[in-house]
Design a protein around this ligand. Structure first.
Ligand code: ZN
Length: 162
């Protein structure tokens, strides 16, 4: 962020108490902390944790993780439960935070969770998803979109879990 998002004035670095140097708008007389989006990404497991649910979306052939933006006022865990339910029709019964990564393309900080759902029934998949399938751990590693953030999250989660 090089300019103030309220008035467009060029920001200058200024010392902010306890925070170090922060971009400052001399016109608004206000510090302008960075603004970015936040989202969650979920490695969805079945109850026995030997299968992973991956989805296809936006007409693309690649398999990715269930994911969605955090709504204002929501905590990340609520988003995990809401997005998983909305996209797959499945109820999250437990979840665990794994790691986060900043995704520059959409200016989004993405928090990755592992979650377990109550059923393997895929008859309530949302229309915004093209396809969802259960995969064995090995298969999931093979079909996940190569070089993607989803792949990095999946491999990290499996490294910690198995
Ligand atoms: Zn300003």
């Amino acid at each position: 962020m090089k300019h103030c998002y309220e008035c467009g004035t060029a920001l200058t670095p200024k010392e902010c108490e306890h925070e170090g140097t922060v971009p400052f708008c001399s016109s608004c007389n206000t510090f302008r902390f960075p603004i970015f989006n936040t989202a969650v990404s979920c490695v969805v497991f079945n109850k026995t944790e030997d299968k992973i649910l991956l989805i296809q979306q936006y007409g693309r052939p690649d398999y990715i993780l269930v994911a969605g933006y955090i709504a204002q006022g929501e905590d990340a865990e609520q988003t995990v439960r809401r997005e998983t339910k909305e996209e797959t029709g499945l109820k999250v019964i437990s979840h665990r935070y794994m790691k986060s990564e900043y995704y520059e393309k959409s200016n989004t900080l993405v928090f990755n969770y592992c979650c377990v759902v109550d059923s393997e029934d895929l008859s309530n998949i949302n229309h915004e998803i093209d396809k969802a399938d259960w995969f064995s751990i090995l298969e999931a590693k093979e079909v996940i979109k190569k070089g993607s953030l989803a792949e990095r999250f999946l491999l990290n989660a499996l490294k910690s879990n198995f």
